[in-house]
Ligand binder design. Structure first.
Ligand code: SF4
Ligand code: SF4
Length: 167
């Protein structure tokens, strides 16, 4: 993890406490996907923990702690995706199909895409790296952040962190 790069640019360039990837073997077989949380700074915030129905986001000892995940308990339900105020949580389902992964991404912009619409998929610095298809749109909590389920080629799983809808 290049900490200097992260704190100077705001762009995460590797893994560190609060921003790790799921264990590969479990990730490749877990239907529904596993959460990825990219929240590496100590801030007073914990809705990722309080919204998680399974205890997969471990209880914080200190409100400023970075989140820790018990991946065996994660169901990919995306409740935390809708509740995280920093839009730092998303789910990656590697079992969606042989070639495609399903991302469950927070989305608070307008317009909302339609189901089956093609959207531009952006990396951490906002560059378009591929196209994806909106498979579903959910709202886990009433009047909360929407969650877009977007299928993309598996080759881009490590890069895509948001989408752009062009109407
Ligand atoms: S995806 Fe669901 S089960 Fe997994 S950490 Fe988030 S809220 Fe918990
Ligand atoms: S809710 Fe989001 S911003 Fe807050 S600690 Fe959890 S991951 Fe970080």
């Amino acid at each position: 993890m290049n900490a200097e790069k992260l704190y100077n640019s705001g762009v995460l360039t590797g893994t560190c406490k609060g921003a790790i990837l799921p264990p590969k073997e479990l990730w490749e077989r877990k239907k529904g996907g596993l959460v990825v949380i990219e929240c590496p700074q100590r801030i007073p915030c914990n809705p990722c923990h309080t919204s998680c129905p399974t205890g997969a986001v471990v209880e914080f000892k200190d409100i400023n702690d970075q989140p820790e995940i018990d991946y065996e308990k994660c169901t990919g339900c995306a409740m935390c995706v809708a509740k995280c105020p920093g839009l730092a949580c998303f789910v990656v389902d590697l079992t969606f199909s042989k070639e495609k992964a399903l991302l469950k991404l927070p989305y608070e912009l307008s317009p909302l895409p339609e189901k089956k619409e093609t959207v531009s998929c952006l990396n951490r610095i906002g560059e378009v790296v591929t196209q994806g298809v909106v498979e579903n749109i959910t709202e886990p909590f009433k009047d909360s952040t929407k969650v877009l389920h977007v299928s993309i080629d598996k080759a881009f799983v490590d890069q895509v962190r948001s989408v752009r809808v062009v109407k």
